[in-house]
Structure formats: C-alpha cells, structure tokens
Write a protein that binds this ligand. Sequence first.
Ligand SMILES: Cc1cc2nc3c(=O)[nH]c(=O)nc-3n(C[C@H](O)[C@H](O)[C@H](O)COP(=O)(O)OP(=O)(O)OC[C@H]3O[C@@H](n4cnc5c(N)ncnc54)[C@H](O)[C@@H]3O)c2cc1C
Length: 395
Amino acid sequence: MSTSAAESILPYADGDFYAFEQMLTDKERDRLAEVRNFLAREVRPIAVDCWNRGEFPMDLIPKLADIDLVSPVRRQGHSNLFAGLLHAEVTRADASISTFMGVHDGLFTGSIEALASQEQKDVWLPDIYSLKKIGAFGLTEPLGGSDVAGGTRTSARREGSNWILNGAKRWIGNATFSDWVVIYARDVEDNQVKGFLVDTTLEGFSTAKIDNKIALRTVQNADIALDNVMVPDFYKLAHANSFRDVNKVLKVTRLGVAWQAVGQQLAAFDVARRYAVERHQFGRPLASFQLVQSQLVQILGNAVSSMGMMVRLSQLEDAGQAKDEQSALAKAFTTERMRESVAIGRSILGGNGIVTDFGMGKIFADAEAIYSYEGTHEINTLVTGRAITGISAIV
Ligand SMILES: Cc1cc2nc3c(=O)[nH]c(=O)nc-3n(C[C@H](O)[C@H](O)[C@H](O)COP(=O)(O)OP(=O)(O)OC[C@H]3O[C@@H](n4cnc5c(N)ncnc54)[C@H](O)[C@@H]3O)c2cc1C
C-alpha cells in the first residue's frame, strides 16, 4: 500500500480527535460535508494564487451565494456549534475567504440582525442573505484601535431628516467593493456611538485599499474617508445607540474568530502531518523521528483543546448564557495556541515552510491577523483579567 493510500484510512487524519462532530445532528453533519466538498472544489484550488496576487476572487461570490452560508444560526436555525465548526472548516480551506464571510456575515449582517428595527431588517436582509448586497463593518479608525469604544472620532450630526457623517475608518475588510458599510460614529448631540448603514456610492464616501499586507492578502482591507456623507434617517440602525450595543455584535463575532483559530490550527495540522509522512530525510519519513511526532502531537493537542473550549462556549451561546469575558478568554486562548501551532507547522516543513507553494507559509502569516483583530490578544486577556479580579487593567 502506498503511503498516501495508507494514511487515507488513518482514523485521526481529519484532526477531530475527540469526535466533536458527532455532537451535530445528522442534517448538520450532511451540510458540513456538503460545504467541505464545495471548499475542496471552489476555494482550495484558488486560495494560494489569490493570496499571492492580493486579489479577491469576485467570481466566487455567486458560488458562495448558491451554497447559502449566511446567518446559519438566526436564519437557518442551526446550532452555534454547527456555525462554529462550519466557520472553522472554511478557515481550514482559506482564512481569507473565512474572513470575507466573517465580515459580511458576522460583523455586518450581525450588526443588522442585532441592532436594526424589524422594518429595516425586512427591507435590507433578503439581499444581504443572498449576497446580492455585500457588507462591511466600519468601527476601527486611524487613531482609534483598541480604545475605539471611548476613542471613536468619526462624527454624526443630525440635520433635519438626515445624518451627516465625517471622519475616517481604517482596516475595513471588503470595503473596496462592498455595497454597504455599517459605520459607527459618535453623535455630536449626546456623545454616544451610533450605527448607520451607509451606501458606498454616496457622495463624500471614498476608500483606498491597504496594500503590502503580510497576512490575509486576499481580503481587501481599506481606509475609508467620510466627507459630509448624507445618510437618510431610515439608515440609522434603530437599536445602535451606544457602544454597549456595538459590544452585543462583538461578543458573538469574537466567538467566530476563536473558531477561526481552531480552523487555522487544523489547517496547520493537515499540511504538517501530510508533509511529515511524505518527506524523507536520512532515508526515513520525517514522521518516523520522535521529535517530529512530538511536534505533530503538540499541534493536535493545541487544536483539540481549543476546539473543546469552543464546543462548550457554543453550547453556552445556544443556551443564551455566554458572557463577554468567556468570548474574550476563548479568543485570547485559542489564538495563542494557534500562534504556537502554525509556528511548529512552519518548522516541520523546514525551508518549504516559508513559501506559500506548500500551503504553510500562508497559514503561518494569516495567523498573525487573526491574533490581532476583533480585540487584540492583550485586550481580550485584560477583559478576562477584569472579570476574575474585579479590577480593570485596560486603562
Ligand atoms: C486584517 C485585519 C482586518 C481587520 N478588519 C476590520 C474590519 O473589518 N472592521 C474594523 O472595524 N476593524 C478591522 N480591523 C481592525 C482591528 O480590529 C484592529 O487592528 C484591532 O482592534 C487593534 O487595533 P490597532 O491595530 O489600532 O492596534 P492598537 O490598539 O494601536 O494596539 C497596538 C498594540 O498595543 C496593545 N495595546 C493597546 N492598548 C493596550 C492596553 N490597554 N494594554 C495592553 N496592551 C495594549 C495592543 O494589544 C497591540 O498589541 C482589522 C484589522 C486587521 C489587521
């Protein structure tokens, strides 16, 4: 039997060491398998090339619409465990495409679902769910990153039946081509951060792509300038009236990013395990060396412990009991484990680990963005630290 034929029947080759997928319903497992096939067919073959060129595959959008991935929990009635495993699986195929989905579905659609009125949802959501309208999420600013809650400088001024937005946003994913962006801006009247659905064709709205990234190169991140953009009152999100409301969205999307950290570790496991089995040195497979086995086991242990934490947190979310600090710890812990896992994976590939041709170079680099967005590792650690001590060390 050839090496690859032998390994295809290995029981743990998929990395789901404790069979977490068995907790899904039969229907959810079938759906996950359907999405896996889609990713193998449509995403994996193009992922490295798009990343190398720094271009988003626009022709993938109708295919993503056909496979119908948006809002698996609120709209499709799936469990948060299913949604998490799905997001991990998309990340495992390509972290950039999962970030595109995380922005459109988690941050943007999540803002509308959580903070819009029923009337607004009825008008906007059908096109958002079907990807006829692509969305982005504009919170971070050039001068407001980790401190954006108190540090939002973009302003909103009520003028008759319109709002006038002025300011700048930075790092906004999908924004170079999105139809809509939810912009969070501070109302000059009451100093509270409010949310607005902004049409990107409005006068005074402009974007500039952020070039030369070393991570998630396929994701189109942009600097946004808002110069007296006039937004009709209907487009002010009815229930986005303070930063506490924004946090309702971030609590859930942080879960999504922690699931991305799971997917990224499974991706590193896939590539490193296969490479170690196939590559020979000293006349033997790398996998026959004890140190290399120890490294593979370290990646696996990191991945499945992260997964176990996320499975429980998803159950709490399903029960409506997950708390901000639980999402924060999950994001901090899983991304720290991810950083170690992708570094070990990179080392197992030796020199071939630093190029994208073998997959690992991209996995290694993309992990850095996941480590820092949706609240950096430090901020999520401090949110957790505040919860267990009652003392805030953030400021
Ligand atoms: C690829 C990518 C995609 C993104 N997509 C979006 C998007 O779609 N929409 C959006 O709104 N934003 C987006 N972001 C922004 C992201 O959320 C911010 O980068 C993140 O919140 C950190 O802000 P910052 O980069 O300004 O870092 P800073 O806040 O300047 O922090 C720099 C460093 O200082 C540390 N630090 C800051 N304050 C403290 C403190 N009190 N104690 C200890 N350490 C501290 C941080 O942890 C970090 O290590 C994206 C970022 C990236 C990289």
